[in-house]
Design a binder for this molecule. Structure first.
Ligand code: AMP
Length: 191
């Protein structure tokens, strides 16, 4: 099993690159943002718990996210590996993920970080907001809260993986194909 964390701020291109990675490597995609949006759409209890955090651009509490990821991993035990997209977003989540994977006798092979300057992120998110219908992409204030959450709570996760010598930073500005080419080079050292 080869498990990858695709890491980066909101608007870095994690969703777009995940699609390419899944196609090439056949990994199971676990996007916590997508899973939460599914719960919101279906009106589940978990969706109700997550809604106010999401609508305001804040992170959903760790125990809620970790429980949801645990359940998803258990539902896909046969997968050849997982690509985690938008997770872990706190050090507590990263530690919990290591434990969850250890229970399945596996671990994270590498963390791929997409590096994009803040001004470019805001531009991309506002542009996406025109068509995504996502409440959290609609105005600059919410986007600033999301970037703030990233800087305070998520950036330390990069250090966590650097401490395990698993981080790989990639320039996230350029063509989708060019960035994917750099991701493939990084991934192929683990295959
Ligand atoms: P995303 O689609 O990854 O940008 O996530 C959308 C929203 O879902 C975030 O702004 C958070 O409110 C919530 N969310 C997604 N993943 C996580 C996570 N790993 N930890 C906490 N909240 C999350």
């Amino acid at each position: 099993m080869v498990n990858i964390v695709l890491f980066g701020p909101p608007g870095a291109g994690k969703g777009t690159q995940s699609e390419h990675i899944i196609q090439k490597y056949g990994l199971k995609h676990i996007s916590t943002g997508d899973l939460f949006r599914k719960h919101l759409g279906e009106g589940t209890q978990l969706g109700k718990e997550a809604r106010s955090y999401m609508d305001n651009g804040k992170l959903v509490p760790d125990e809620v996210v970790i429980g949801m990821v645990d359940e998803t991993i258990n539902e896909h035990k046969e997968a050849p590996g997982f690509i985690f997209d938008g997770f872990p977003r706190t050090v507590a989540q990263a530690e919990a993920l290591d434990k969850l994977l250890a229970d399945h006798k596996t671990g994270i092979a590498c963390m791929i970080e997409l590096d994009v300057p803040q001004e470019e992120l805001k531009k991309r998110l506002l542009e996406r907001g025109k068509t995504s219908g996502r409440a959290d992409d609609q105005n600059e204030e919410k986007i600033n809260v999301r970037i703030g959450e990233y800087l305070t709570k998520t950036v330390p996760v990069a250090k966590f993986y650097a401490g395990q010598d698993k981080n790989c930073k990639i320039n996230g500005v350029g063509s989708v194909e060019g960035i994917f080419g750099d991701i493939v080079k990084a991934m192929d050292t683990h295959y």
